[in-house]
Design a protein around this ligand. Structure first.
Ligand SMILES: *[C@@H]1O[C@H](CO)[C@@H](O)[C@H](O)[C@H]1NC(C)=O
Ligand SMILES: *[C@@H]1O[C@H](CO)[C@@H](O)[C@H](O)[C@H]1NC(C)=O
Length: 359
């Protein structure tokens, strides 16, 4: 007998909900029922509901404290997507986990190390009986991009790792819809933390081990952006290999590239376009002078949503035992924040050596 698709609610009605979650959920509308959208204000919730209704005709508009309570008490809703200002996401996610819902929270996992530690211990403390545990996933999508899944395999073919370079010249200017987002301007680490978790996720996925320590310089040059807007870090991986992470939030000639150099070859992942599609060009440079390139269009948000929905269905089927996708687990998102937190701390201390907190 076919199982009914899980019913979910979206908590938040901001840019990412309207431009990504609603269209991506519409593409997989056979796998999910969107039961409600909540926002603090009725206006923003109903705007998002108007878009969603074209695909999910019965979606309900919820707002304010009462609307939130109605979603919490609705036992048909088994999971929620939390996409709010980073400052309040952890509290909101824990509220829903406590109410017995599975949660997919937008990145960043938390705003700083102390909040990460509190979040992780509060999550564990919710469940006396581990078999009642609910899924807490973080939406960062990079670990689901086919480009990174494939590149990770290529890295295993290039022999001992010698050097890693991550160069991010972003394009966060006034044409970008997130540019004037108020919470990102009132957030320690600014866009470096909010955007940077993606690039660190890509790095950690490619190298297959943790960043152990960092030393970084930060600066604030473009005063239309919150500080800091540049960071240059050296880092050492647990496997002993060292590398550099350079990120600027806004440049006139954007470039986004990861390079892993091994004894027998190099793997490079670079943001690019092909036939009007955005994605990544993955290149393998081998020892005998050959190069092989493939283009992978973006599909990380889609893959990540499918994994979350399929995990919810499995939990329901297997009587609560969770075997959730590790790539979107809360702790993975937390480790990305921990690396940036260490870099930002080093930057504040003029490049001091900082060990990355192990989570
Ligand atoms: C913002 O960056 C994009 C991408 O690089 C560019 O096309 C656009 O012209 C820039 N806008 C401004 C106002 O600089
Ligand atoms: C900025 O963040 C602080 C702490 O999270 C908060 O108390 C304050 O109200 C925020 N200010 C604005 C303008 O959002």
């Amino acid at each position: 007998m076919a199982q009914n698709p899980p019913q979910i609610a979206i908590i938040g009605a901001g840019i990412f909900v309207k431009s990504q979650y609603l269209p991506r959920l519409a593409e997989i509308s056979d796998l999910v029922v969107l039961k409600a959208i909540w926002s603090r204000s009725e206006k923003s919730s109903s705007e998002a509901v108007d878009i969603a209704r074209k695909v999910f005709p019965n979606v309900e508009c919820k707002y304010g404290d009462d609307g939130l309570d109605e979603i919490i008490r609705d036992s048909d809703i088994s999971g929620v997507i939390v996409a709010l200002a980073a400052q309040i996401q952890v509290d909101m996610s824990l509220k829903f986990l406590k109410a017995g819902k599975h949660v997919l929270q937008e990145k960043p996992a938390a705003a700083c190390i102390s909040e990460l530690e509190t979040a992780l211990s509060s999550y564990t403390a919710l469940y006396n009986d581990p078999s009642t545990q609910k899924i807490w996933a973080v939406g960062e999508n990079y670990r689901f991009e086919p480009a990174f899944v494939e590149s990770k395999k290529l890295v295993s073919e290039i022999g001992d790792m010698m050097s890693v370079q991550v160069i991010i010249e972003g394009s966060m200017n006034s044409s970008n819809p997130y540019f004037s987002s108020s919470w990102r301007r009132n957030f320690t680490g600014g866009f470096i933390l909010d955007m940077g978790v993606h690039y660190i996720a890509g790095l950690r996925m490619l190298v297959g081990c943790e960043v152990a320590s960092v030393s970084a310089m930060t600066s604030h040059v473009d005063t239309t952006l919150p500080p800091p807007d540049t960071i240059s870090s050296v880092f050492q991986l647990e496997n002993g290999c060292s590398g550099v992470f350079v990120m600027l939030v806004s440049s006139k000639s954007p470039k986004i590239v990861w390079r892993v150099v091994g004894l027998r070859g190099t793997v490079q992942v670079e943001r690019g376009n092909k036939d009007g599609q955005h994605g990544y060009v993955v290149t393998l440079f081998t020892g005998n002078g050959e190069t092989k390139s493939s283009f992978y269009p973006f599909s990380g948000v889609n893959e990540e949503l499918k994994a979350f929905l399929s995990d919810i269905s499995k939990v329901t089927l297997n009587g609560n035992k969770i075997e959730a996708e590790a790539r979107s687990s809360y702790v993975e998102g937390a480790r990305d924040v921990a690396v940036l937190d260490a870099m930002l701390e080093s930057g504040m201390r003029q490049g001091a050596f900082v060990k990355v907190e192990k989570l």
